[in-house]
Design a protein around this ligand. Structure first.
Ligand code: 9WN
Length: 447
């Protein structure tokens, strides 16, 4: 019996995943991990809700509603809503770094000032569905903040004639230290004086070799400080910020969420039409501006330098989540996913590596520079399912189960050895495992 065909104890895995979500629950939200990330993170909460809904649907609704308690008056949903029960320096950069409370219109809770990929409406639509008869009441409450989040992207983050949204910090992509950001980050000086002004808390919880480098951190801090010191002004940052990038995953998730907003609008008594139209607009711009036929993948665009970044990362596969992509695009994405850059020969790679395995900068255990992650692998599986590639989707879901079985609910995984890295008992790994186990039948998983 090969390792891939060993039977998996689904019940045990499910129990463990549920225990992790219970242990990481803080009364109205879930921390991504108990040590490394002791606050509420934006896109983490969406993935967590997608799993929580199967076991505690009420908590899933609370998770999303409590997150939007941190939304700003301009509609931005910050990437962290701080947990006032932990010390300011439990995580760096904490509340005193971001200074959200000095901003007019800030909510009564401390937050960061940057954003993360907008996958929340998709999670909310799934939660509303699971809530059954209580779905419309939840839709009524969650629809207005979700619609405001989308409006913020359209009004404050759109760049160029295609109108796609730009991110102004690598943390906004969620794929923080992807090698794709190396080139745009070269324009951001490493300010050595900054090194003495902060302590990296992440290194007390994870190996330095698995996290971003000190130089990258100094750039992250510089970018965040500049945005903060310009009062988080999006006119300033779009004109003069040192990092301005259009990311395919971010925009695809925005379009996917617009489709979900249309579903929620039906339940909330609002008009779905503008959301369907917005989704089409974003999708057309993605294909028109970011699709690269020769590389068979969507690329990021460096709006500062005015050029596409010709590198293959999992972010370029995520647009598969969108229905109605041209056939040649879907075929190209599937060929790239199953080719040497990502999955290669059947059975040799687990999940979807976060970066091109044939590139010299691929690093199988450093954060977003190679490892497979649950959320991006799950998103690609969703996309495959949408386009009728069910067998390949099932393979990816099966990989997630096998990774959890072999290495536990880690933050990220070496795609070839299946070793786990980063935080343990990581919430979105637990939540998406629950989703996968709940959606699949046993026969497929134990093959
Ligand atoms: C910065 C919480 C977050 C995820 C991101 C992941 C990581 C933070 C960090 O952890 O980022 O936001 O300190 O490295 O890259 O995707 O949301 O799990």
């Amino acid at each position: 019996m090969t390792a891939a065909s060993e039977p998996v104890d689904r019940e045990r895995l499910l129990r463990h995943a549920v225990t992790v979500l219970i242990d990481n629950w803080r009364g109205h939200f879930t921390v991504p991990s108990r040590g490394l990330y002791p606050h509420q993170w934006s896109w983490d909460s969406a993935f967590v809700a997608l799993g929580l809904r199967h076991v505690f649907p009420g908590r899933a609704a609370t998770e999303l509603l409590s997150l939007f308690g941190g939304q700003w008056r301009d509609g931005r949903m910050p990437h962290i809503v701080f947990n006032s029960a932990v010390a300011d320096d439990a995580y760096f950069p904490g509340p005193s770094f971001w200074r959200s409370s000095r901003r007019p219109g800030h909510p009564p809770v401390a937050t960061s000032g940057i954003i993360q990929p907008p996958v929340h409406a998709r999670a909310a639509a799934a939660v509303a569905h699971t809530l059954g008869a209580d779905g419309p009441a939840f839709a009524h409450r969650i629809f207005p903040p979700l619609a405001a989040q989308s409006r913020y992207l359209r009004e404050r983050r759109a760049v160029g004639s295609g109108g796609l949204a730009a991110v102004v910090h690598p943390w906004e992509t969620g794929l923080d230290n992807s090698p794709v950001w190396d080139a745009p980050l070269r324009a951001v000086p490493v300010d050595l004086r900054l090194f003495d002004t902060y302590t990296r808390r992440d290194l007390s919880h994870a190996e330095a070799g698995e996290r971003p480098t000190d130089e990258d951190y100094a750039r992250y801090v510089r970018l965040a400080l500049a945005y903060r010191d310009h009062d988080y002004d999006d006119d300033w940052v779009r004109a003069d910020g040192e990092f301005l990038v259009v990311d395919p995953a971010f925009n695809a998730l925005w379009a996917w969420s617009e489709l979900a907003l249309a579903e929620l609008a039906e339940q909330a008594g609002a008009d779905p039409a503008p959301h369907l139209a917005e989704a089409e607009l974003i999708k057309a711009a993605l294909v028109d501006r970011l699709w690269d036929d020769s590389l068979g993948i969507f690329l990021a665009y460096d709006a500062r330098a005015g050029r596409l970044l010709a590198e293959r990362s999992v972010a370029g596969l995520v647009p598969l989540v969108l229905p109605g992509l041209p056939d040649r695009v879907v075929a190209g994405l599937v060929a790239t996913l199953t080719g040497a850059a990502f999955r290669g020969r059947a059975g040799t790679v687990s999940g979807v590596p976060s970066f091109d395995r044939t590139d010299s900068r691929y690093d199988a255990q450093r954060y977003w520079r190679g490892p497979s992650w649950f959320n991006t692998t799950w998103l690609v599986a969703q996309g495959l399912q949408t386009h009728g590639h069910s067998a390949l989707a099932a393979e990816l879901s099966h990989d997630l189960v096998r990774l959890a079985d072999r290495a536990g609910l880690r933050e990220y995984f070496n795609p070839t050895t299946a070793a786990g890295h980063g935080a343990d008992d990581f919430s979105w790994s637990a939540a998406l495992l629950i989703d996968v186990l709940t959606q699949q039948n046993g026969a497929a998983l134990d093959r």
